[in-house]
Design a protein around this ligand. Structure first.
Ligand SMILES: Nc1ncnc2c1ncn2[C@@H]1O[C@H](COP(=O)(O)OP(=O)(O)OP(=O)(O)O)[C@@H](O)[C@H]1O
Ligand SMILES: [Mg+2]
Length: 352
């Protein structure tokens, strides 16, 4: 959907921020961009909505060169959360959120309802906060307004440059969930910059790891872990905080030995737990020793710490894992224990 072809950016002072980048962001995907400071993440983002122009190469959206779009239409259709919180200080919160919807000539009533909805989504009391000025909000609250302002006019593409960096861990986890849900429900195409490998892994359908203006590896979270392209990738993955914060899709079993399609119902073995996949690819129910059982499904971005709680609550052995309503695999309690054991062994070896 968004395609970079051989894009290079050299700033007037001679700094080459991007070198011959080829990149495709697929429709409806959440792509996370990660890499050391100065590797070119913000430059990449700003090129998508023409805040920065390539020195060489082309960028297309829906196969049309971005320079051929009317600049206003292009920007209205791209929600952008800037790295620095950039609310207009003299405007109230609701005025800040309303900028693009008003340009798009939304009805006052629809807009007001939308503001309520969005503010509630990120845990801001709309009644209390909408008439305030940004300076009357905490840094984290302002950042949340920055996020919902980008979503307000319902753009097709959302660019987020470290939107959660000023948030405490709890708000951060909450907002990560909101973003995931949002993306799963309405299938936005999202490019998300972060410094945090856990965040990149938990949120990204794919993760693009950059270094010195180049893409080192663009892959699914699983593949980054299982097949790191080089030592740099390995080190970067190693910088994750704790294995408890790994997302479940990194370790799920995709061999599908526990999964049967609904048409194969008569082939499900009598002993053990098996998960049934509907004809549309979604999870329907499970069979435990031949008996129909409802098992809760785990979202692919769930971190192990939360997954373990879920297992322990219901005393489950195996649970289905879903991504965007599609059954993508199963996870067993044993898999988690083995993974954590393996990780702590590695940590001890590194520590020696
Ligand atoms: N206007 C500019 N003029 C000259 N050099 C610039 C300009 N903007 C960015 N750069 C340089 O380009 C490189 C990439 O910058 P960019 O802002 O894209 O990095 P980043 O990956 O977003 O970093 P961070 O994680 O710190 O936000 C850096 O070396 C930076 O110093
Ligand atoms: Mg940046």
């Amino acid at each position: 959907m968004i395609t970079f072809t051989d894009v290079t950016k050299t700033y007037p002072d001679g700094t080459t921020a991007l070198k011959n980048i080829d990149l495709e962001v697929k429709e409806g995907e959440l792509l996370t961009l990660i890499g050391p400071s100065g590797c070119g993440k913000t430059t990449t983002m700003k090129m998508i909505n023409r805040l920065i122009h390539p020195t060489k190469g082309t960028i297309t959206i829906h196969n049309k060169d971005i320079t051929e779009y009317n600049i206003h239409e292009l920007r209205w259709n791209i929600g952008y959360v800037l790295q620095e919180i950039a609310l207009f200080p003299h405007m109230t919160i609701e005025e800040n959120i309303s900028i693009v919807p008003e340009m798009k000539k939304w009805k006052k009533k629809d807009l007001s309802k939308r503001i309520d909805e969005l503010m509630n989504m990120v845990g801001l009391d709309s009644k209390k906060h909408r008439k305030r000025k940004p300076s009357e909000l905490s840094g984290g609250q302002q950042q949340r307004v920055g996020v919902i302002r980008a979503l307000a006019a319902d753009p097709d593409i959302i660019l987020m440059d470290e939107p959660f960096s000023a948030l405490d861990p709890i708000s951060r986890e909450q907002l990560q969930k909101d973003i995931r849900n949002l993306q799963q429900e309405i299938q936005k195409t999202i490019v998300f910059v972060t410094h945090d490998m856990d965040e990149a892994m938990a949120l990204g359908d794919r993760v693009c790891l950059m270094k010195e203006g180049e893409i080192v590896q663009l892959d699914t979270p699983q593949n980054l872990i299982l097949n790191p392209a080089d030592e740099f990738v390995q080190d970067f993955i190693g910088s994750r905080k704790t294995p408890w914060q790994t997302a479940v899709d990194v370790i799920i079993d995709q061999t599908a030995q526990d999964i049967y399609s609904i048409e194969e119902l008569d082939q499900v073995p009598d002993k053990g737990t098996y998960v049934l996949k509907d004809t549309d690819g979604s999870y329907t129910y499970a069979l435990n020793n031949g008996e129909k059982t409802e098992l809760p499904a785990i979202e692919n971005g769930t971190v192990l710490r939360e997954a373990v709680q879920l297992f322990e609550k219901g005393n489950y052995e195996v649970l289905p894992v879903i991504r965007k309503n599609q059954l993508i695999g199963t996870l067993s309690y044993k898999d988690i224990v083995l993974y954590l054991k393996e990780q702590s062994k590695e940590e001890m070896e590194v520590g020696q």
